[in-house]
Ligand binder design. Structure first.
Ligand SMILES: C[S@@+](CC[C@H](N)C(=O)[O-])C[C@H]1O[C@@H](n2cnc3c(N)ncnc32)[C@H](O)[C@@H]1O
Length: 416
């Protein structure tokens, strides 16, 4: 029988609060180094930490993305650990959360200027094996980027580890996206009609500006400590104990937005991705992944847990019966998403201290006109597992399509 939970939903104005989206982050120093549309708002994380955490608390974010939680926590003097399965995001997150000395930054500035000075455009340099690359960059722009990349490798080596040289590679990642035809919309990325032709001088100037801005924000010292580590948060990490006082995160939503799709240009240029099949394999491991093989694998997928909330089975049945050739696979997609979320919530609870506070920022979705109320299903799963004081707060309206909202599902881990 389906459980009915008396949710504590606040009666607030659900306006489209852009201060509660990634757009708010773009001018905030390190937070704005690279934009990723599913990043959540710095302001929101600030508010949650200020409300839920006290000095010395240890914070966990099991879905790091661009490391917003880790960076905000560190700016406020807290220690945190963030989990992520995408190697590019692990690299980026750690570079964003590092401290850099004035000496390192000065040395880097000098090396960067010398490196840029000697770049000339020539053919034959490595370009990434991105499908339909001409859609992303004009031929001349591509030749200039490839020549710059070649010189960067000679001067700094390929991106690697936490070394301060990586700041140059973050700037290069920003450069490739700024010179591409990618357009960032509210919830995803698309292409502009035309690619733009950049000359070498123009690109060098742009690169210099991006690099300088990154160096300026890298000077700010972070008083906390943040680490981003490779961990599949559907599983129980080895060597971890129940040491976290708070969990603050925005997991993927069941809305078929692929993080891989948006990250591909960066990942190819800085060599975190070698081909399309790697991208599909990575997305299959991700909760809600939907790229390439991640969708076709669904046909053979079987759930781990057969006792998920009744309302999930009902909505999956409705989706599966829709008149569409993909209806069955969409139904499985939604089912797998919540099966994964169940494994995740169960395993993370083992890492939490008694009474730890958890905040999951999630959105609902619509499939063929049927609403998947993610926040309610997650809240029910939390209750089944033993989380206490589960309640849902509405944060904002996500887009003009009526009914798509963002919520915070809050709870406490149980007292022992
Ligand atoms: C909505 S994004 C998080 C955005 C983040 N709050 C930010 O501000 O950038 C969700 C992230 O979860 C990661 N992810 C998906 N499945 C995962 C898993 N099983 N384990 C760890 N990370 C996962 C994705 O790669 C993605 O970066």
């Amino acid at each position: 029988m389906q459980t009915v939970i008396p949710f504590d939903i606040e009666d607030i104005d659900v306006a489209r609060r852009t201060d509660y989206t990634f757009k708010y982050n773009t001018r905030l120093g390190r937070h704005g180094w690279l934009r990723l549309t599913p990043a959540y708002s710095v302001k929101l994380v600030h508010e949650i930490i200020r409300k839920d955490c006290k000095k010395g608390d240890m914070i966990l974010d099991p879905f790091s993305g661009t490391a917003t939680t880790g960076l905000v926590a560190s700016e406020l003097g807290f220690s945190s650990v963030s989990y992520e399965i995408n190697p590019f995001l692990i690299w980026l997150g750690n570079i964003k959360c590092n401290n850099y000395s004035v000496r390192e930054l000065d040395a880097l500035r000098k090396q960067f200027a010398e490196c840029l000075e000697v770049v000339t455009v020539s053919d034959g340099h490595w370009i990434p094996p991105i499908h339909n690359i001409k859609r992303w960059w004009h031929n001349d722009t591509l030749a200039a980027l490839a020549s710059i990349r070649n010189q960067l490798v000679e001067t700094f080596g390929e991106p690697n580890g936490n070394h301060y040289h990586n700041l140059v590679w973050v700037a290069f990642s920003r450069l490739i996206i700024e010179t591409s035809s990618a357009a960032f919309n509210h919830i995803s990325m698309s292409f502009r009609e035309d690619t733009v032709q950049y000359g070498l001088t123009q690109i060098k100037l742009l690169f210099q500006t991006i690099f300088t801005n990154i160096i300026i924000s890298a000077k700010t010292q972070l008083s906390g400590n943040a680490q981003v580590v490779y961990t599949d948060s559907k599983t129980l990490p080895t060597n971890e104990t129940n040491r976290f006082d708070a969990l603050i995160t925005s997991p993927p939503y069941p809305n078929r937005i692929s993080y891989i799709r948006e990250l591909r240009p960066y990942m190819y240029w800085v060599k975190f991705l070698k081909n399309g099949s790697d991208a599909g394999a990575l997305d299959w491991e991700a909760i809600g992944g939907t790229w390439g093989v991640a969708t076709s694998n669904l046909k053979n997928w079987t759930p781990l847990n057969n006792n998920l909330p009744g309302r999930l089975y009902e909505i999956c049945e409705k989706i599966g019966k829709c008149e569409d050739k993909n209806a069955e696979v969409m139904s499985r997609y939604v089912h797998k998403y919540f099966d994964n979320i169940h494994s995740h919530l169960l395993n993370m609870s083992i890492l939490l201290k008694p009474d730890a506070k958890v905040n999951y920022i999630v959105g609902n979705s619509s499939f063929y006109g049927y609403f998947v109320e993610t926040q309610e299903i997650i809240a029910e799963i939390m209750k089944q597992i033993g989380y206490m004081n589960v309640c849902i707060h509405t944060i904002r309206r996500r887009n003009t399509k009526k009914g798509l909202l963002e919520y915070n599902v809050k709870a406490n881990w149980k007292l022992q």
